[in-house]
Design a binder for this molecule. Structure first.
Ligand SMILES: [Zn+2]
Length: 281
């Protein structure tokens, strides 16, 4: 599932490709990908003739700010779900299977939303007075865009009796972390996934607060992680590079690279957690 680093990579690439472009044609071939709308027309009509004037991100959501020919600016929001990709093609190219939404741009390129598992979606939204998609206000602090607020947000973890991994996955506190980066952050912090937030001592609290932005920034620098299913691809179809740096996620049965232990995989609450019991306490 694309998490913050993968979506930030998309945002950066798209900003250099489609900013200032006008949408000339919209095609929707799977209504599940626009399930917030009652019809393809309701989704498509406001987009036609609109110009992309900004591309922002909060957590795992991408938001295009659109300037219509008439009326007020609005947002086109995209969430990649489990397997969503936002790809850039030339008009006339062969599109991959599961290309559910196509936005043709006046400059001759085509933005394509590809999503085999259809958990992702795109929808139109109002902008709030910060020119941000209104529906994203429910999300907590973004660890890249609001780095100065991460320390305060993490304090909420330390008041809770819930396991620290589940707190990191709660998008209303800090947004953008999913199962994969939670495991990498916990490994770097020497913490088990099920340690209650309020059981952490001051050294552990400090390590966790530092590890969150560190791991995410390092992953952005390597253009995100593509796992064995290769379902994360960038706008040009290339894979990321951070999976080679994973120390916990996906390494079950392998030696811990920090101590003499082994990485274990544990299934809990419908998710896999990867950890080394010898050096994560
Ligand atoms: Zn270890």
């Amino acid at each position: 599932m694309p998490e913050l680093p993968e979506v930030e990579t998309l945002r950066r690439d798209l900003s250099s490709l489609v900013l200032g472009e006008q949408i000339s044609s919209v095609s929707v071939t799977n209504l599940r990908s626009i399930r917030a709308h009652t019809s393809a027309e309701e989704f498509s009509l406001p987009l036609l003739g609109s110009t992309i004037v900004a591309i922002s991100r909060k957590g795992k959501f991408l938001s295009f700010t659109l300037n219509p020919r008439k009326g007020r600016r609005f947002a086109l929001v995209a969430h990649m779900g489990m397997s969503g990709q936002m790809r850039n093609f030339a008009v006339g190219d062969d599109f991959p299977k599961h290309s559910h939404i196509r936005l043709e741009l006046a400059g001759g390129s085509c933005l394509v939303f590809v999503d085999p598992r259809t958990f992702g979606q795109m929808y139109l939204d109002e902008l709030d007075h910060f020119e941000f998609a209104a529906s994203l206000a429910r999300l907590g602090v973004d660890p890249l865009n609001q780095a100065e607020l991460v320390g305060q947000a993490v304090e909420r973890y330390f008041q809770s009796g819930v396991g620290v991994k589940w707190l990191m996955l709660d998008q209303s506190i800090i947004c953008g972390i999913g199962n994969m980066y939670a495991d990498e952050i916990l490994f770097r912090s020497h913490l088990r996934f099920d340690r209650p937030g309020r059981s952490l001592d001051s050294r552990e609290r400090g390590e966790l607060a530092c590890a969150i932005p560190e791991v995410l920034n390092e992953a952005v620098a390597l253009r995100g992680s593509s796992l064995r299913d290769l379902q994360y691809r960038d706008v040009n179809g290339a894979i990321g590079g951070y999976q080679k740096m994973h120390l916990a996620y996906g390494r079950e049965g392998q030696e811990c690279l920090r101590c003499s232990g082994f990485i274990e995989r544990i299934f809990l609450k419908g998710r896999s957690s990867f950890l080394c019991r010898s050096c994560q306490r």
